[in-house]
Design a protein around this ligand. Structure first.
Ligand SMILES: [Zn+2]
Length: 158
Protein backbone atom coordinates (compact mmCIF):
# COMPACT_ATOMS: atom_id res chain seq x y z
CA UNK A 1 0.00 0.00 0.00
CA UNK A 2 1.33 3.39 -0.94
CA UNK A 3 1.50 6.40 1.30
CA UNK A 4 -0.72 9.34 0.48
CA UNK A 5 1.37 12.27 -0.78
CA UNK A 6 0.91 15.83 0.34
CA UNK A 7 -1.41 17.30 2.91
CA UNK A 8 -4.66 15.93 1.47
CA UNK A 9 -5.94 13.20 3.79
CA UNK A 10 -8.87 11.82 1.84
CA UNK A 11 -7.23 10.93 -1.44
CA UNK A 12 -7.92 7.42 -2.66
CA UNK A 13 -4.93 5.10 -2.54
CA UNK A 14 -3.77 4.15 -6.05
CA UNK A 15 -4.26 0.53 -7.04
CA UNK A 16 -1.45 0.35 -9.57
CA UNK A 17 -2.50 -3.04 -10.93
CA UNK A 18 -5.96 -1.67 -11.76
CA UNK A 19 -4.46 1.43 -13.38
CA UNK A 20 -2.04 -0.65 -15.45
CA UNK A 21 -4.85 -2.91 -16.60
CA UNK A 22 -6.99 0.08 -17.60
CA UNK A 23 -4.03 1.62 -19.44
CA UNK A 24 -3.23 -1.62 -21.29
CA UNK A 25 -6.88 -2.01 -22.23
CA UNK A 26 -7.13 1.43 -23.81
CA UNK A 27 -3.70 0.98 -25.46
CA UNK A 28 -5.28 -1.76 -27.56
CA UNK A 29 -7.42 0.98 -29.15
CA UNK A 30 -4.51 3.33 -29.90
CA UNK A 31 -3.98 4.63 -33.42
CA UNK A 32 -0.30 3.98 -34.05
CA UNK A 33 0.15 2.91 -37.69
CA UNK A 34 3.57 4.59 -38.00
CA UNK A 35 5.53 3.63 -34.89
CA UNK A 36 3.51 0.57 -33.97
CA UNK A 37 3.91 1.62 -30.32
CA UNK A 38 0.39 1.51 -28.95
CA UNK A 39 0.25 3.34 -25.64
CA UNK A 40 -2.43 3.70 -23.01
CA UNK A 41 -2.58 5.92 -19.96
CA UNK A 42 -4.87 5.65 -16.97
CA UNK A 43 -5.19 8.28 -14.28
CA UNK A 44 -6.78 8.14 -10.87
CA UNK A 45 -8.69 11.33 -10.10
CA UNK A 46 -8.93 12.82 -6.64
CA UNK A 47 -12.60 11.77 -6.52
CA UNK A 48 -11.66 8.13 -7.15
CA UNK A 49 -12.68 7.98 -10.82
CA UNK A 50 -10.32 6.60 -13.44
CA UNK A 51 -9.85 8.34 -16.80
CA UNK A 52 -7.94 6.91 -19.74
CA UNK A 53 -6.38 7.93 -23.03
CA UNK A 54 -4.45 6.37 -25.89
CA UNK A 55 -1.94 7.71 -28.36
CA UNK A 56 -3.15 8.94 -31.74
CA UNK A 57 -0.45 9.25 -34.37
CA UNK A 58 -0.55 11.46 -37.44
CA UNK A 59 1.16 11.22 -40.82
CA UNK A 60 2.82 14.55 -40.05
CA UNK A 61 4.38 12.95 -36.94
CA UNK A 62 4.62 16.33 -35.20
CA UNK A 63 0.89 16.36 -34.58
CA UNK A 64 0.88 12.99 -32.85
CA UNK A 65 -0.96 13.00 -29.55
CA UNK A 66 0.48 10.97 -26.70
CA UNK A 67 -1.79 8.83 -24.54
CA UNK A 68 -1.41 11.30 -21.68
CA UNK A 69 -2.92 14.04 -23.88
CA UNK A 70 -6.01 11.89 -24.40
CA UNK A 71 -6.13 11.16 -20.70
CA UNK A 72 -6.10 14.86 -19.80
CA UNK A 73 -8.75 15.55 -22.43
CA UNK A 74 -10.93 12.83 -20.88
CA UNK A 75 -10.31 14.35 -17.46
CA UNK A 76 -11.74 17.66 -18.62
CA UNK A 77 -14.50 16.09 -20.71
CA UNK A 78 -15.76 14.12 -17.73
CA UNK A 79 -15.72 17.14 -15.45
CA UNK A 80 -13.01 15.73 -13.24
CA UNK A 81 -10.69 17.99 -11.39
CA UNK A 82 -7.34 16.60 -10.45
CA UNK A 83 -5.10 13.61 -11.13
CA UNK A 84 -3.30 11.95 -8.27
CA UNK A 85 -1.79 8.86 -9.93
CA UNK A 86 -1.02 7.93 -13.54
CA UNK A 87 0.09 4.71 -15.19
CA UNK A 88 1.35 4.67 -18.78
CA UNK A 89 1.93 1.35 -20.50
CA UNK A 90 2.36 -0.19 -23.94
CA UNK A 91 -0.32 -2.55 -25.21
CA UNK A 92 1.62 -5.50 -23.79
CA UNK A 93 1.53 -3.91 -20.34
CA UNK A 94 5.15 -2.79 -20.38
CA UNK A 95 5.47 0.43 -18.32
CA UNK A 96 6.52 3.59 -20.14
CA UNK A 97 7.59 6.91 -18.73
CA UNK A 98 5.80 10.08 -19.89
CA UNK A 99 7.77 12.12 -22.43
CA UNK A 100 8.90 15.64 -21.54
CA UNK A 101 5.88 17.33 -23.09
CA UNK A 102 3.49 15.05 -21.25
CA UNK A 103 5.23 15.66 -17.94
CA UNK A 104 4.40 19.33 -18.45
CA UNK A 105 0.81 18.49 -19.47
CA UNK A 106 0.35 16.25 -16.43
CA UNK A 107 1.88 18.88 -14.12
CA UNK A 108 -1.01 21.24 -14.92
CA UNK A 109 -3.56 18.64 -13.78
CA UNK A 110 -1.77 16.81 -10.99
CA UNK A 111 0.96 19.05 -9.68
CA UNK A 112 4.30 17.93 -8.31
CA UNK A 113 2.71 15.37 -5.95
CA UNK A 114 1.13 13.39 -8.81
CA UNK A 115 2.46 9.84 -8.62
CA UNK A 116 3.73 8.27 -11.84
CA UNK A 117 3.77 4.49 -12.03
CA UNK A 118 7.19 2.89 -12.24
CA UNK A 119 5.84 -0.55 -13.13
CA UNK A 120 5.53 -3.63 -10.93
CA UNK A 121 9.25 -3.76 -10.15
CA UNK A 122 9.80 -0.10 -9.27
CA UNK A 123 8.34 2.49 -6.95
CA UNK A 124 6.11 5.25 -8.27
CA UNK A 125 7.79 8.63 -8.65
CA UNK A 126 6.55 12.12 -7.84
CA UNK A 127 6.01 14.16 -10.99
CA UNK A 128 7.93 16.97 -9.31
CA UNK A 129 10.98 14.69 -9.29
CA UNK A 130 10.50 13.84 -12.98
CA UNK A 131 10.05 17.49 -13.96
CA UNK A 132 11.93 19.71 -11.50
CA UNK A 133 11.48 23.46 -11.90
CA UNK A 134 8.36 23.06 -14.02
CA UNK A 135 6.76 26.09 -15.63
CA UNK A 136 3.33 26.66 -14.09
CA UNK A 137 0.58 29.24 -13.74
CA UNK A 138 2.47 31.07 -11.01
CA UNK A 139 4.95 32.15 -13.69
CA UNK A 140 2.10 33.86 -15.55
CA UNK A 141 0.54 35.38 -12.45
CA UNK A 142 3.81 36.95 -11.36
CA UNK A 143 4.16 38.65 -14.72
CA UNK A 144 0.65 40.10 -14.91
CA UNK A 145 -0.01 43.68 -14.01
CA UNK A 146 -2.16 44.93 -11.10
CA UNK A 147 -5.40 44.28 -13.04
CA UNK A 148 -4.47 40.67 -13.49
CA UNK A 149 -4.96 40.64 -17.24
CA UNK A 150 -2.28 42.91 -18.64
CA UNK A 151 1.32 41.85 -18.81
CA UNK A 152 3.53 43.64 -16.31
CA UNK A 153 5.56 46.38 -17.94
CA UNK A 154 9.23 46.60 -17.61
CA UNK A 155 10.39 49.47 -15.44
CA UNK A 156 11.51 52.48 -17.44
CA UNK A 157 15.24 52.61 -17.93
CA UNK A 158 17.21 55.84 -17.55
ZN1 LIG B 1 4.12 12.34 -24.43
Amino acid sequence: MLGVPGPVKDWPVPDWAVLREAAASVAARAYAPYSGLMVGAAGLCDDGHVVTGCNVENASFGLTLCAECGLVSALAAHGRNRLMAVSVVAADGWPLTPCGRCRQVLMEHGGPELLVDGGPAASPQRLGDLLPGAFDRSELEVRRGPGGTEPARRPAVG
